[in-house]
Design a protein. Structure first.
Length: 254
């Protein structure tokens, strides 16, 4: 046990999945951004005050073992569902952050009965009807990640004034996994719009008012496609879990 959470390794599909877990109450699976898992944040602390928070590192991200067979976001979603099985978690709220929202949406289309609710935070996964999802491959690693925070101080708190070489290497590997699983089409699915129409699980679509990565249109499209969805806007950027930790946690459990 460390800082209110435990760490373990759970084998899924032959891969060791690193899992942080803390808190008590109904289960909440939190799926991180394509830029990686920065660890247990104040957001997870706030959420774990009322929920059993499960935070895996997706296989292949942040130096973890990847499956060479893993080639799609749907593959990642299957691993996340199987992880819940291995942990003995039945129904759970699934919270997806950015790219993690794309994964969460795929989980809902595959087996919505295991989701007690769905929370999509600045979620990718749909082709924007207006604008486009920012192409991180046109930017330096640190510049892209820094732009995900509305408050630069939140970036500095996580990564320091000088980003370490180790972190830059990790971001590079994370980009490789993003390319392997979501390159064409780039960070959206051509099938999700059709499949989401039958998803009736209660959903909160949460948007950071200053998000410069995912256009507002994507959130609006999710609300329109899903059967029981509401839009919530919170001041902050793409990484709302850092820009508005308490507000985001409150929106999820409220």
């Amino acid at each position: 046990m460390s800082d209110g959470y435990t760490e373990s390794s759970i084998e899924v599909a032959g891969l060791p999945i690193q899992v942080r877990r803390g808190g008590e109450g109904p289960g909440v699976l939190v799926i991180h951004h394509e830029t990686g898992n920065p660890g247990w944040l104040e957001f997870h602390n706030a959420l774990s005050a009322q929920r059993d928070v499960i935070l895996p590192t997706l296989p292949g991200w942040d130096g973890t073992e990847r499956g060479d067979w893993m080639r799609s976001v749907r593959d990642i979603a299957a691993v996340c569902s199987l992880l819940l099985d291995e942990l003995g978690v039945g129904e759970a709220t699934v919270v997806g952050l950015g790219f993690g929202g794309y994964v969460a949406a795929e989980m809902a289309t595959a087996n919505q009965s295991r989701l007690s609710s769905l929370v999509l935070v600045n979620a990718m996964g749909l082709q924007p009807e207006e604008g486009e999802i920012r192409d991180q491959f046109l930017e330096a690693h640190a510049d892209y990640v820094k732009s995900c925070f509305a408050d630069p101080a939140n970036f500095t708190d996580l990564y320091g004034e000088e980003v370490s070489t180790e972190q830059l290497v990790a971001w590079d590997a994370n980009r490789e996994m993003t390319a392997r699983t979501a390159w064409k089409p780039f960070l959206y699915s051509q099938t999700l719009p059709h499949l989401l129409k039958n998803v009736s699980v209660k959903t909160k679509v949460i948007r950071g008012a200053q998000d410069t990565v995912v256009p507002a249109a994507v959130g609006e499209q999710y609300v329109e496609l899903l059967g029981d969805a509401e839009m919530i806007e919170i001041p902050g950027g793409h990484n709302l879990e850092s820009d508005a930790a308490e507000a985001l946690a409150e929106a999820i459990v409220g």
